[in-house]
Ligand binder design. Structure first.
Ligand SMILES: Cc1cc2nc3c(=O)[nH]c(=O)nc-3n(C[C@H](O)[C@H](O)[C@H](O)COP(=O)(O)O)c2cc1C
Length: 206
């Protein structure tokens, strides 16, 4: 299966049919499909193109059970066939700037770009760095949720977990931030219909 040949929902349908799903069928998600979805989400934009998000793909049942306990018992964490643990690692990002600067930028321009980025983050605490990285990572999360839906799967973004326990379970470095867990799978419930503020409540036109 390749992204070019798979039939996907269009953006409008993906937006309108995505909702938080908290009951999942047991069907596994093929690894090829997971890779395609992650590959598309990787096209999400980020400031300076830093791409500070990192993902742990959890399919192992015992690990999902442990994550459920770290998520105050939220059952969908153990029930969904896959849980994506989405975190930000700015330390790794800033130590490997050559990986994210465009290969078309060479020589002095390249060095100047690196220096400029490092200067922008100079003196920031680890917490401030990862808070910034988490902001970028939420853009990635938004892309990912719509991509998952476009492939016919569902998800629920989650902040209800103890980050220290999640880091311990997955052996993640202490300094990282975890903006979300994302259980994904085939829906086994309809979920709630959308309830949203009207655009005039959240928008001003000039
Ligand atoms: C950052 C974030 C954290 C959330 N945390 C949880 C959570 O821990 N558990 C849960 O069941 N839903 C969680 N939700 C889902 C929201 O309740 C849901 O997105 C919102 O009510 C809108 O409903 P919808 O997603 O069905 O459109 C979270 C959503 C976001 C965006």
């Amino acid at each position: 299966m390749s992204t070019e040949t798979t039939s996907l929902l269009d953006v409008r349908s993906a937006v309108l049919t995505r909702r938080s799903i908290r009951k999942y069928k047991k069907d596994p998600i093929p690894e090829d499909t997971l890779r395609e979805m992650l590959d598309l989400a990787q096209k999400a934009p980020s400031a300076w193109n830093l791409q500070p998000w990192r993902v742990v793909v959890v399919r192992d049942q015992a690990t999902k059970e442990a994550l459920k306990e770290a998520s105050f018992g939220q059952a969908h964490v153990a029930e969904a066939p896959v849980v994506l643990v989405i975190y930000s690692d700015m330390r790794d990002t800033l130590e490997n700037l050559d990986q994210v600067i465009h290969p078309g930028v060479h020589g002095e321009r390249r060095e100047a770009q690196k220096a400029g980025i490092l200067k922008a983050f100079e003196g920031k605490s680890s917490e401030a760095l990862e808070a910034w990285g988490a902001g970028q990572t939420y853009i990635y999360l938004g892309f990912l949720m719509l991509i998952v839906r476009a492939y016919g799967y569902d998800s629920v973004p989650m902040l209800g977990f103890d980050p220290g326990r999640v880091k311990a379970i997955l052996d993640l470095p202490e300094h990282v931030a975890i903006p979300a867990l994302l259980p994904i799978g085939l829906r086994d419930e309809e979920g709630f219909s959308h309830h949203r503020l009207p655009i005039d409540r959240v928008t001003r036109w000039h």
